[in-house]
Design a protein around this ligand. Sequence first.
Ligand SMILES: [Zn+2]
Length: 256
Amino acid sequence: MASNESAIVLKPRCIICKRRDRPPSVEHLFAAGLGVHADIVLPRGAECEPCNNHGGRQIDEALVHLPEVQLIRGVWRVPDHKGRTVDSLELSEGTLTFDERGAISVVVDREGAIDVKDADTIVVSITTKRRNSGDQWRRVARAVLKLGLCTIRHEYGEEAALAPELDDARRAIVGDAYTGFLLVSSLDISKSPAFSVTVMADLPGMVDAVAFSYGGLRLGADLGLGAASVETLQWADTEGLDHIAITPRTSGTMAS
Ligand SMILES: [Zn+2]
């Protein structure tokens, strides 16, 4: 019998492990813990179940638990997929509490945290108890790379996402040591928590720059991996982005 190629429907290949033979899963572009409801979903099987589960535990959680993300969710009353909101945040100096109207109260129990400047100005210095560790930044960097890869799959299809040029990024996403960087903005809490992720080929010194924003938090990484070039660092500086180096030996360290 003559083969009829048009009748052959191949199962999609996983964008992480490139295999076709593992149980398929449905990858949600944005982790449910970020509180997204208008979700973007990749075609079933674009990511296999083992890769999806592994990524969820290791890297999506790191992103979800960034103090900046918890703060955005608290202030903007963003429920997660189960309807849970962030109602308080533990601080080194006390507790931050959010109410339904978006009002924030701070209970400070450390001496020196409050500085009365004059009759009109009181400065309260607070630090979130859950500090961003190097390991957390490293995982967040992997989460941003994965968002980029998923975006390529979503916008340009399977062939683009499976390109050999992205294999090093794939290995970085699953946890292989790599050299790269993460760009992080300071948090502008006044911006409403909308999501966007774009992959850009024309940013200084970068191959496939991934730009992720969640409200007033912006994160960036390069799917091309490698240390940040001088052009990239200069560009990041003009954009108000801090640079965190990701190196194979040490965990991510914040440059001063
Ligand atoms: Zn896979």
